[in-house]
Design a binder for this molecule. Structure first.
Ligand code: HEM
Length: 275
């Protein structure tokens, strides 16, 4: 009874609404970012040159005299996205079923109602949980190696550093989580709502499914291409790509420091290593 009186005397807090708003905002930015990210990474489908162009443009290479660009730009972009990612995850954890009992009640209600949007919400919980770990690994690597976006280095990361299974899991989760999230945002805030609510929902669901298939297809194709490049490049791990078809070989110089040497693509890399 005491606790009831204390509860009813409390002023209604606006905090839950504010947190919900912050979760929607960070989710919207991350969801749209992932669409752009997938198109940029997908440039590998058009060839190594296209991916290299995208990577160099992201590093603002066109502004530097040497053409090497500024990996700091990538670092800053990853820092902002990583911060939003952690913030979004922390806000999402509030809604997780935190015990087996809560999870069981949720599953029972889902079976009883068989409501599409509730089932989608459950998919979001599961994919969000997986992404918290898999996404953090990817973002940490990008944060600590901002100058390592390159067709060969990225492909080596996938194959020789065994990252491809993590990327595959992350890809499936991010495409489901992102498109469901954007769909749920539209439903929650009434964006694109027509006069007929039922019809609007059906149209949005159709668009969501198409977006998932589109971005999953680009992602899987890109992953396959990276894996093929990485397998072919297994004996030259560490070698970078440059757009004139010149491979930049990392070699150990006499003083023991790593030096970069420009090498024609068809030259013997072993000769260079012994110079
Ligand atoms: C600014 C932040 C980010 C940058 C610069 C970035 C960069 C990259 C790059 C260069 C690749 C190609 C593989 C590699 O080089 O290792 C890649 C792949 C990938 N990234 Fe990111 N990423 C960012 C954020 C994210 C986030 C937030 C997620 C999801 C949580 C994500 C999910 C993925 C997935 C699933 C792949 C594999 C794509 C495929 O297989 O086609 N990335 N990312």
């Amino acid at each position: 009874m005491d606790s009831y009186i204390i509860e009813s005397n409390k002023k209604k807090s606006r905090m839950p609404a504010r947190l919900d708003f912050a979760q929607s905002g960070t989710g919207l930015i991350l969801g749209l970012f992932m669409w752009v990210h997938m198109l940029l990474v997908g440039s590998i489908i058009l060839g190594k040159g296209s991916f290299n162009f995208v990577a160099k443009t992201m590093e603002l290479a066109f502004l530097s005299d040497t053409g090497h660009g500024y990996p700091l730009m990538v670092f800053l972009a990853v820092f902002v996205i990583f911060t939003l990612f952690i913030l979004h995850a922390c806000l999402g954890v509030r809604k997780f079923p935190i015990s087996w009992k809560q999870h069981r009640i949720l599953r029972d209600q889902m079976q009883m109602m068989n409501h599409t949007d509730t089932n989608l919400w459950y998919v979001q919980i599961i994919t969000g949980f997986i992404m918290f770990f898999a996404g953090s690994v990817h973002l940490y690597i990008m944060l600590t190696h901002p100058g390592s976006i390159d067709p060969y280095v990225s492909a080596d990361r996938m194959v020789s550093s065994n990252m491809w299974p993590l990327y595959l899991i992350l890809l499936i989760c991010v495409e489901l989580h992102g498109t469901i999230g954007l769909y749920r945002l539209c439903m929650k805030w009434g964006w694109f709502a027509g006069k007929d609510a039922r019809k609007s929902r059906q149209t949005l669901q159709k668009m969501k499914n198409r977006a998932t298939i589109f971005f999953l297809t680009i992602g899987v194709l890109a992953l396959l291409i990276f894996v093929v490049i990485g397998i072919k490049h297994r004996d030259n791990v560490g070698e970078r790509y440059s757009k004139q078809g010149i491979a930049v070989e990392k070699v150990l110089a006499d003083d023991g420091f790593l030096a970069e040497v420009n090498e024609p693509a068809n030259a013997q890399s072993t000769d260079l290593k012994h110079q």
